[in-house]
Design a protein around this ligand. Structure first.
Ligand SMILES: Nc1nc2c(ncn2[C@@H]2O[C@H](COP(=O)(O)OP(=O)(O)OP(=O)(O)O)[C@@H](O)[C@H]2O)c(=O)[nH]1
Ligand SMILES: [K+]
Ligand SMILES: [Mg+2]
Length: 438
């Protein structure tokens, strides 16, 4: 998938504004600025009834729209669009961003959770830059970013929209702060602004593989019945990206939008917790209704209500694994765990990932690890590099002795078994692998 998105971005860059204007099957006027064209296409999409007969046309329009939006977000003329105060150094083990409309209480929440003073006031746009704070929770440092309020049109650069969204994109988790006293349109509008710039909240990447090929046209295959998408729509969208030859394998019931996400690349799939603030202003029944919504937490910064639960939910969503290390004959160091976050890597972590965090060189004479904790049946248990570790496991490294090391080195030369494992190494093959590829 990763290699594909590279290819697609190349394909995309060749398609920019000019290429699109020359497109043959153009149903919307080609004149006007990019913004005008976006508006025209959005209008046409909203006027087109969705059914089998229009699916192809809609797919085409949406692909065009997606490319135009990218032109706006990533102007080819350079010039950055960088504004002082937004480049905050990443510190800690995870980064969480506070995103929301103006005056919903983002700064008040940052101050409450981190102690960092971020000015809060009753007027909109009190915060104009990115204000970082740190929360210490379960031995983990979480960086919390307060951001200026977003407004409708942020995704096309209104307000500080572009900078705020770029910073939000760098976060592992987004806390969408909502004013509980206002209606739900705010959540939909914000979600749309974020969607416009490729942020997908609480969603997984579509289970689709697209492999560009040298020839042979489109080879389309689906492993499940498709109710919103078919080969024809697929071909129409691919044509917009000038991809005429590709193998496409669809493994879930996707929409044309999902497919465009895959083709266009550069999507950020991000977890989001909806934080309804100001519940001190609401009757209990309404608070109760909000609290039961999925991925939602209700709080009142004014009355200091429900922070504990908010932090617990944030913690659960982060899926952080802490591994405590110990030396032989000593107690574990419970103050300084190795911290592994799924946002920056795989979902599952093995002993090797943990040892690497300590020091890469420790893998050189690694024999096995003794593990105490929920990942093993008996504590301690001797585990190899591939053993999956759990949160709060304790790990002790057992090194190869000099004799075992010598034997292992000899084994490497002759292709015999490595001491302490049953992996056979063929020295020739290993050399082939490590030889630099031209
Ligand atoms: N009633 C009530 N008011 C709150 C609560 N939290 C914050 N406020 C008020 O809401 C107003 C806006 O708070 P801020 O923290 O400045 O909001 P913000 O989202 O950072 O605003 P911008 O930086 O302008 O986008 C202030 O007057 C706060 O006192 C709360 O829990 N209940
Ligand atoms: K404010
Ligand atoms: Mg603020």
């Amino acid at each position: 998938m990763a290699s594909f998105s590279k290819t697609s971005s190349k394909a995309g860059s060749g398609v920019g504004g000019g290429g699109w204007a020359k497109a043959k099957h153009q149903s919307v006027g080609g004149g006007g600025s990019t913004l005008e064209r976006i508006q025209q296409i959005e209008l046409e999409i909203s006027r087109t009834q969705k059914n089998k007969a229009t699916a192809k046309h809609l797919g085409e329009l949406k692909a065009k729209l997606c490319k135009l939006k990218r032109d706006i977000l990533e102007p080819s003329g350079g010039g950055g669009g960088k504004v002082a105060g937004f480049e905050v150094q990443r510190i800690g083990d995870a980064r969480v961003g506070l995103v929301g409309f103006p005056s919903v209480g983002k700064s008040s929440l940052l101050t409450a959770l981190t102690g960092v003073q971020s000015e809060a006031a009753a007027y909109e746009f009190t915060t104009l830059t990115c204000i970082p704070g740190v929360i210490y929770y379960n031995d983990v440092r979480i960086q919390l970013l307060d951001l200026p309020g977003l407004i409708v049109g942020a995704s096309i650069g209104k307000g500080r929209g572009r900078q705020v969204i770029a910073t939000a994109k760098s976060c592992d988790i987004i806390l969408m702060v909502l004013d509980a006293t206002k209606d739900d349109a705010q959540k939909e509008m914000l979600t749309k602004e974020l969607e416009n710039v490729g942020i997908r909240l609480n969603r997984k990447p579509p289970d689709v593989t697209v492999r560009p090929t040298k020839g042979g046209g489109l080879k389309f295959q689906a492993t499940v019945p498709l109710t919103h998408f078919d080969e024809e729509v697929c071909a129409t969208i691919l044509r917009q990206y000038k991809m005429h030859n590709a193998d496409v394998l669809v493994r879930e019931d996707i929409t044309e939008d999902d497919f465009i996400d895959v083709i266009d690349g550069n999507r950020k799939y991000c977890k989001c917790i909806y934080v309804y603030n100001k519940i001190d202003m609401l009757p209990l029944a309404e608070v109760d209704e909000l609290a039961r919504r999925p991925s939602s937490v209700v709080v009142s910064v004014r009355n200091k209500w429900n922070y504990d639960y908010l932090m617990k939910r944030l913690w659960d969503e982060m899926e952080i694994v802490r591994v405590y290390t110990k030396k032989k004959g000593e107690f574990p160091d419970f103050s300084d765990p190795l911290i592994i976050t799924p946002q920056r890597g795989n979902k599952q972590f093995n002993v090797e990932n943990a040892v690497q965090l300590l020091h890469k060189s420790l893998l050189d004479d690694f024999k096995h690890a003794l593990i105490w904790g929920s990942s093993v049946k008996q504590s301690p248990q001797a585990c190899g590099k591939d053993h999956i570790v759990h949160d709060e496991d304790v790990l002790q490294i057992v090194k190869l002795t000099q004799a075992e090391k010598a034997k292992a080195a000899h084994g490497k030369k002759t292709g015999t078994t490595i001491a302490g494992s049953n992996i056979k190494v063929d020295p020739k093959k290993k050399d082939e692998k490590s030889a630099p590829k031209s």
